[in-house]
Design a protein around this ligand. Structure first.
Ligand code: MLT
Ligand code: ZN
Length: 478
């Protein structure tokens, strides 16, 4: 019956009844890992961490919190790049962790769908689909930890967006707990359903500010029978885009991923990640990882890859390339792409600009943003990489060697604004796939102000008038 931290005693007791003592954490040592983000940028406090095991328990937790005016911060795998799942420093909020809701409930091979709970990791969901002879076509670097609830709440993009779209495009049905504790059941697996507002889409990309996603029905794809991956050395982004056009103009439906990596960023991977050696004879100014996939077997895909790359060599677009000869080699090539975020973390403090611009503007963007940042902070390591096939570049900036990391981060807004101003002139977005979280709320008025932000406010106020769900995210403090 004692109050723990700022958790009121009656709420503590009511929550313990719902969750059992193992589902409710209140000791600071037990809560610590839930209060800091993956990037180690945000260090929050909370009155408790709740770990419900099913939708009903989630609904009860949210209802009780709303009744006591306690904010709820939803958290999945805690892999946000923008502090989206970390509470503020007041200690008032309760962190609701969905990891115990980790069942793949059903896979239907006729509907090509999967019913999955919020706490299933993206990797576990992919594996379940693969084992059923199907494919969940969503892949991000943090898929081993990122959980479905967070993946949907942030409308994750990643490596396969170029072919299958963002998370939004894969969601047929959804179940969510509303800020007053009601359960909203939208679990319909229909391709056609024009019956008023598509409410499920309101939750996808809402970053937990409108409710808590608990279960989803995802659209699957046939599992590819052939898959080909190649790592190519290129001169720059312009050449990378010419190579993309060469694949697209030959067989657009075959491209499953088309990723760009700057030489500097790849160099950090080679230096700082064990077992990530470059399989090319010498380092290049930039690299492309292209993956083709087809539901048909045979040699056709290999021939396509060789035909397009052969011509690209002749045209001077590619100076060197390695084609994966086995699944192990394909995964080794992907390791060289997926470890960029980890390598940059090991290299020191970094500022992430997860931007998108029209494909045609990417070379200009990279030239202008690189020059501007090098002028702003001499010695800065400009280390861009990302999903160039869909216009999304991670224009990441790593601290100069020897500089104090905190002194570098103290200038994060200067760097972010310098990059964003160029992005704006080129008709892009300041956050392509990582969301707004708490890191980028300050940019919302200038980017999404006027009627757009006003409408977002009105939706938020209508659904969550007491500001219970994930306060301080997306919207700037008023
Ligand atoms: C990735 O694509 O690896 C992440 O979204 C990246 C990041 O900015 O670190
Ligand atoms: Zn990414």
């Amino acid at each position: 019956m004692t109050a723990t931290g700022s958790l009121p005693a009656p709420l503590h007791d009511a929550l313990e009844k719902v969750l059992g003592s193992s589902g409710l954490l209140t000791a600071s040592s037990d809560m610590a890992s839930y209060l800091t983000d993956w990037r180690n940028l945000f260090h929050g406090r909370a009155c408790a961490v709740a770990r419900p095991a099913n939708t009903q328990a989630c609904a009860e937790v949210v209802r009780l919190c709303a009744e006591h005016g306690v904010p709820v911060v939803p958290q999945g795998g805690n892999t946000s790049m923008v502090g989206g799942a970390t509470p503020d420093t007041t200690g008032h909020a309760l962190v609701l962790v969905t990891s115990r809701m980790n069942r793949v409930r059903e896979i239907d091979p006729i509907d090509n769908t999967m019913v999955v709970e919020a706490g299933v990791t993206l990797k576990a969901a992919q594996d379940a689909a693969t084992n059923a002879g199907l494919m969940l076509p969503l892949s991000i670097s943090s898929e081993g930890s990122a959980e479905i609830g967070g993946v949907l709440a942030t409308n994750a993009g990643g490596n396969n967006t170029v072919r299958y779209g963002n998370a939004r495009e894969l969601v047929l049905g959804l179940e969510a707990v509303l800020p007053d504790g009601q359960v909203l059941d939208l679990m319909r697996r229909l391709r056609k359903d024009n019956t008023g507002y598509a409410l499920r889409q309101l939750f996808v990309g809402s970053e937990g500010t409108l409710g808590l996603i608990t279960t989803a029905i995802l659209q699957l794809q046939p599992k590819p029978k052939s898959i080909e991956a190649a790592l190519c050395a290129v001169a720059d982004a312009k050449t990378a885009l010419a190579l993309f056009a060469a694949f697209r103009n030959t067989e657009p439906s075959a491209i499953q991923a088309f990723e760009f990596m700057s030489g500097l960023s790849m160099n950090l991977v080679n230096m700082l990640i064990p077992d990530a050696a470059l399989p090319l004879s010498e380092p290049a100014p930039a690299y492309v990882l292209v993956e083709l996939a087809s539901p048909r077997g045979g040699d056709a895909l290999r021939e396509l890859m060789e035909e397009v790359l052969g011509k690209a060599f002749e045209d001077g677009l590619v100076s060197d390339a390695v084609l994966a000869e086995s699944e192990t080699q394909r995964l080794a090539l992907w390791k060289l792409r997926e470890e960029h975020a980890e390598a940059q973390k090991r290299a020191g403090a970094s500022v992430k600009n997860d931007v998108s611009v029209p494909l045609s503007a990417i070379p200009t963007f990279l030239d202008r943003a690189t020059a501007a940042c090098e002028k702003l902070i001499p010695g800065i390591r400009v280390a861009p990489f990302g999903h160039i096939g869909d216009g999304n570049i991670h224009f990441n900036l790593v601290q100069p060697e020897g500089m104090d990391g905190n002194a570098f981060l103290a200038r994060d807004h200067e760097m972010m604004d310098t990059v964003a101003n160029i992005v704006r002139e080129l008709g892009g977005s300041f956050s392509a796939e990582h969301g707004v979280g708490q890191l980028k709320t300050y940019m919302m008025p200038s980017w999404r102000g006027g009627a757009e932000l006003d409408m977002m406010h009105r939706i938020k106020n209508a659904v969550d008038p007491k500001d219970i769900m994930n306060p301080g995210k997306i919207f700037p403090a008023s």
